[in-house]
Design a protein around this ligand. Structure first.
Ligand code: HEC
Ligand code: HEC
Length: 429
């Protein structure tokens, strides 16, 4: 190990004297996005769903379709990851990435040729979905968990919120064959489907002696996802790059709140790189908190002036059974444990938690500050923090400073690929 990073040793002393380290600073807005002007960023610009009733309402969503695509050298990115990320052991080859990317946006991979991977992992929505707590699968079917962002997924040692997979190349068959996601009956049906589409058999044949197989299909889809690297954020430039001015004063204070509050015991970082996850499973109590909230008297919605009815519409089945890690290990002590998510780019990946039950970062911070008390069996490291408004704002600014520089370029790259879809009389271009 190299000598301790100066900021790390500072962070180590924080637990003792947090208040003294909080510099005073005037009110501030969000730190500027790493990708230049945040107002022009296409990633994470979704509709806030607040204020529809006002006549002057303007959506925050951008019309991404009008933004041109632009190819990025993803193989070069994967070979030399951005600041704050370690090198990849086996970086993917350019030709594999290209084929994987084409398949990722091909809607014909689902049983009714409508749903691609990229529709639940939307490039402009941080390769997740900002508008839905849980995605809608094939034919409108219910999917019980939030779609995780795929940024930096190459580094995850366990995949899915419950860690039931560990290999990206194997993982792909889960959405492809889930009856409520892409709806293919089995793996062979997926291979037959792809083989029947023009071009793919030749592309696989050119890359692999065995052509299109389960293994090679998994490999190319994994290759594209391994290249979705997003770091070099204001935090990275400050912490690893030594650029003093890269983070706002508030975000720097927020880092100290983060370290002193014990967040980094699960959302870990080292003195050479940061994933902000230990890839382990913990019970935060959010499952219990959201069940309690659901059990409260129903909200009423106004359907016409003066007429309100109880809100009874939900596409979720009455009991959506989610026991978390216990479903994988069978061990009751793993009940409601979920994998620690990376906090990289977290400002763009909402809504949050395995069930999407926390809509904004403010909600998440409030949960850690107050809400964790709902579950007596939660991880003992989580005690209500009772953060004051200045600490709350600082923590928020820190989380915002984790947005990587390359997110817009990855979204533009995604748009450079034509969407694979059925052609014929049912669709005219
Ligand atoms: C219907 C929406 C939907 C579609 C389509 C979909 N996914 Fe997902 N994806 C999800 C959800 C939801 C999860 C989390 C499931 C869980 O944890 O149980 C997930 C998880 C993942 C993960 C794990 C990420 C992590 O951090 O652990 C990867 C990788 C992934 N999907 C890739 C793909 C690929 C590749 C495809 C296309 C072959 C695809 N997904 C299609 C919704 C979808
Ligand atoms: C005991 C380990 C642990 C500690 C300590 C912890 N977290 Fe978490 N964090 C988790 C786990 C596990 C989840 C995912 C829970 C789920 O999916 O239901 C999570 C989720 C989150 C999320 C949502 C991310 C997403 O993509 O959904 C944010 C933001 C977050 N934590 C920030 C913090 C902050 C800030 C602190 C300190 C106040 C903190 N965490 C402390 C384990 C921890």
């Amino acid at each position: 190990m190299t000598s301790a990073h100066p900021f790390l040793s500072l962070a180590g002393r924080l637990g003792l004297c947090l208040a003294a380290l909080m510099t005073t600073h005037p009110g501030h807005g969000a730190p500027p996005g790493a990708s230049g002007d945040p107002d022009r960023s296409t990633v994470g610009r979704t509709d806030p769903r607040q204020g529809y009733e006002r006549s002057g309402f303007r959506t925050r969503s951008l019309r991404v379709a009008t933004e041109p695509g632009q190819r990025l050298d993803l193989a070069a990115l994967a070979a030399d990851p951005p600041l704050g990320l370690p090198t990849l052991e086996d970086p993917p080859r350019a030709a594999e990435i290209d084929l994987g990317r084409q398949l990722f946006y091909d809607r014909r991979l689902s049983a009714n040729e409508t749903l691609s991977c990229g529709m639940c992992h939307v490039p402009e929505q941080a390769f997740s979905q900002n508008e839905l707590a849980t995605p809608v699968g094939i034919e409108g079917r219910f999917v019980r968990r939030n779609a995780p962002s795929l940024y930096n997924v190459a580094y995850r040692r366990s995949l899915f919120h419950d860690g039931r997979e560990s290999s990206l190349a194997e993982q792909v068959f889960s959405p492809l064959t889930a009856a409520n996601e892409m709806g293919n009956p089995d793996r062979q049906a997926v291979l037959d489907r792809i083989a029947a589409l023009p071009g793919y058999t030749g592309s696989f044949g050119a890359l692999f002696p065995e052509g299109l197989t389960e293994r090679t299909l998994g490999r190319v889809l994994a290759a594209y996802q391994q290249a979705l690297l997003a770091a070099d954020s204001p935090f990275d430039r400050w912490f690893y790059g030594g650029e003093t001015g890269a983070m706002t004063a508030a975000a720097r204070d927020g880092f100290f709140v983060f370290a002193a509050s014990g967040c980094s015991s699960c959302h870990t970082f080292t003195n050479t790189h940061a994933h902000f996850t230990d890839d382990a499973f913990h019970r935060t109590g959010v499952e219990v908190a959201s069940r309690k909230r659901e059990a409260r008297p129903q909200a009423r919605i106004q359907i016409a002036p003066g007429v309100s009815v109880p809100l009874a519409v939900s596409i979720a089945p009455p009991d959506r059974h989610d026991f978390g890690r216990e479903e994988v290990t069978g061990d009751p002590s793993d009940r409601y444990r979920y994998r620690t998510p990376s906090l990289r780019n977290v400002a763009l990946t909402g809504p949050y938690m395995h069930d999407g039950s926390q809509r904004t970062l403010t909600d998440v911070i409030e949960f850690y500050s107050e809400g964790v008390r709902e579950d007596p069996d939660r991880d003992p490291r989580l005690t209500p923090l009772n953060l004051d408004p200045v600490q709350t704002e600082a923590l928020h600014a820190f989380l915002e400073s984790l947005t990587g520089a390359g997110v817009d370029a990855l979204a533009r790259d995604a748009r450079s690929v034509p969407i694979g879809e059925r052609t014929g009389e049912e669709r005219t271009p």
